[in-house]
Design a protein around this ligand. Structure first.
Ligand code: PAF
Length: 282
């Protein structure tokens, strides 16, 4: 299995294997790989000739320094998992300097307002950091297709916007959320939960599922009040936001209209671990 730490070696390798008709699939990750990541890789392995996976904990997208320090880093185990899945996967695990060349700051982006909703409100600068690293990774890997999970639905919409604004000519493939057996959305952050917290965190999906039922008959205000009451009743959980939004603009909605696609979005702290999830409502 090829593991590259520097972009020059990765680019040279890709140039040596690519032909005029071959396709490259790309799965950008921050490591601590779980089944959800592996599902993205499987899609890429099916769809394309070469699959590149990046493992890079991107410092510029962390607005909370403590979260950056605590983010799990498990490169050896990650490489073993990929090797087991398919030893042809090409891994790019760069240093911060290889990506940022001594200037670890974000570029500023205009994502037509998508960046100001939900995560953008609570994690200032986060999407500038994501946009910066993903654009650089795209410039290095030059993929034909790139795969992202729908758990980070706002990120997925923003990456699509990045590709269209900069005319990058990459097909962005959104893949369904992978869930643990209790329906908790898979996330590298789940590793930081105790077994008891991890089990109780099923409350997040259970709540979203009930939101979907209630959406048929109740107003958005009624549903939002019910969600707040659910988390108020659970000491371990701290609800950061619950939003019903237009699935295209991601703007928060207060009224239901017949011709729109709606999604519910939630961010919850379980102890100090921040978890997000989302569900389509219609
Ligand atoms: O979703 C993630 O893991 C990260 O935001 C990404 C896309 C790899 C950029 O660092």
């Amino acid at each position: 299995m090829h593991v590259f730490n520097g972009k020059a070696d990765l680019i040279a390798h890709l140039n040596s294997i690519k032909t005029a008709h071959s396709t490259i699939g790309f799965v950008p990750t921050m490591g601590a790989l779980h089944e959800g990541h592996l599902a993205l890789m499987k899609r890429s392995l099916q769809d394309t000739d070469f699959t590149v996976v990046s493992i890079f904990v991107n410092p510029t997208q962390f607005n909370n320094p403590d979260d950056l320090v605590k983010y799990p880093r498990t490169l050896e185990a990650d490489v073993a998992k990929m090797n087991q899945l398919n030893p042809d996967i090409i891994v790019y695990a760069p240093t911060v300097d290889d990506i940022y060349e001594g200037n670890t700051v974000s570029q500023h982006f205009d994502f037509d307002g998508l960046e100001f909703q939900m995560e953008g409100k609570f994690r200032p600068g986060h999407f500038d950091g994501v946009g910066t690293v993903v654009k650089r990774l795209f410039e290095i890997v030059k993929p034909d297709l790139a795969y992202f999970g729908e758990k980070d639905f706002q990120q997925l919409q923003i990456i699509k916007k990045l590709v269209s604004k900069y005319k990058l000519g990459i097909k962005i493939v959104g893949c369904p959320i992978f869930r643990e057996s209790n329906q908790l959305a898979m996330s590298s952050r789940n590793e930081r939960l105790t077994p008891e917290e991890r089990s109780e965190a099923s409350l997040i999906y259970d709540t979203l599922n009930e939101v979907k039922n209630r959406f048929q008959t109740e107003s958005i205000a009624e549903i939002s009040a019910w969600v707040s009451s659910v988390f108020d009743a659970h000491e371990r959980f701290d609800l950061e936001y619950f939003v019903i939004a237009d699935a295209n603009t991601l703007e928060t909605q207060t009224e239901k209209e017949s011709n729109k696609n709606y999604r519910a979005f939630i961010a919850v702290f379980v102890n100090n671990v921040r978890l997000i999830d989302t569900i389509s409502l219609n």
